[in-house]
Write a protein that binds this ligand. Structure first.
Ligand code: GRF
Length: 192
């Protein structure tokens, strides 16, 4: 069976990327990670790619803070296409994607977000959930559009907010749920 070619984009430590690469390496996920890209030179996600022997690249993002410079985003498309990537997986990628990527990969870019969207988009969602007194929060996998965590939701997993939770303990519980959920969702794309 042909394996689904993944491109993984991230800006941070890469725990979701690790979970995906682990599931691939033990044969539970019929996918192949072709390329890991980061906009942060020393991001842990690049070390993880190297650890698993996956091609990886640091892409200097240019002068904007919340998105890639258009020529950089076009270069990103070129790199992903050259690597044969079929599904783009955002794993802690902290920039909005614009036309070059959205037009190159329509319906083929997914993201994981640490809340039950549409509640608490944006940054540090677990802190928002805690401050709002939620009893249940969770994580969502969604298609990526031009907005902030606004694309169509694919699936969600609930996580309880426990008495005495701190931002750190809640975040850790959500991230553990993410590491289970994301490879499962990617597996569905492999079957499609
Ligand atoms: C995850 O919590 C994800 O929900 C959010 O960014 C975080 C990335 O963490 N989009 P990691 O780099 O995968 O550890």
């Amino acid at each position: 069976m042909k394996k689904l070619a993944l491109g993984i984009l991230g800006s941070g430590k890469g725990s979701n990327c690790r979970a995906i690469l682990e599931q691939i390496s033990i044969g539970k996920l019929e996918a192949e990670a072709r390329l890991v890209v980061s906009d942060v030179f020393d991001a842990g996600i690049l070390d993880i790619a190297r650890e698993f022997g996956v091609a990886n690249v640091y892409l200097p993002p240019g002068k904007f803070r919340t998105r890639l410079e258009p020529n950089v985003e076009m270069e990103l498309v070129r790199l992903l296409k050259e690597a044969g990537v079929e599904l783009v997986v955002l794993a802690g990628f902290m920039r909005l994607l614009k036309e070059p990527m959205l037009e190159a990969y329509p319906g083929r870019i997914i993201n994981i977000h640490p809340s039950l969207l549409p509640k608490f988009p944006g940054i540090e969602s677990w802190k928002q959930a805690l401050a709002a007194g939620e009893k249940v929060t969770g994580c969502s996998v969604h298609y990526v559009d031009a907005g902030i965590d606004s694309g169509e939701i694919i699936t969600q997993r609930k996580v309880p907010v426990l008495p005495g939770d701190t931002a750190e303990s809640l975040h850790a519980r959500i991230q553990a749920a993410e590491r289970g959920l994301y490879p499962e969702v990617i597996a569905r794309f492999c079957e499609a």
